[in-house]
Write a protein that binds this ligand. Sequence first.
Ligand code: SF4
Ligand code: SF4
Length: 92
Amino acid sequence: MGIQQPGRIYSPFKAVEINAAICSGCNHCVEICPMDVFVANPSKGEPPLVFYPEECWFCGCCVEQCPLKKKKAIRLVIPLPMRVSVLKGNEG
Ligand code: SF4
Ligand code: SF4
């Protein structure tokens, strides 16, 4: 399943995770993301595709705008080095 784009190198970097069992496919996250990380799923009602995770800057807008955020339809997957940076207070 999903869009295959010839020549595209897929990043192991995740950034955002959508729970397909909960997501309604409303595409609010697709519309709100300032970095165009998502692509709407060609199958109506299916979860958006996280197509450009390396572009994510973790603003959190997609999670905030999700009508199913309380059910955890979408969550940020912050890379470990960034978490350490936050814990250290962004020193150096
Ligand atoms: S956290 Fe911000 S930049 Fe990252 S996918 Fe969500 S809306 Fe886009
Ligand atoms: S806003 Fe939430 S429910 Fe709507 S498509 Fe995105 S993850 Fe799914």
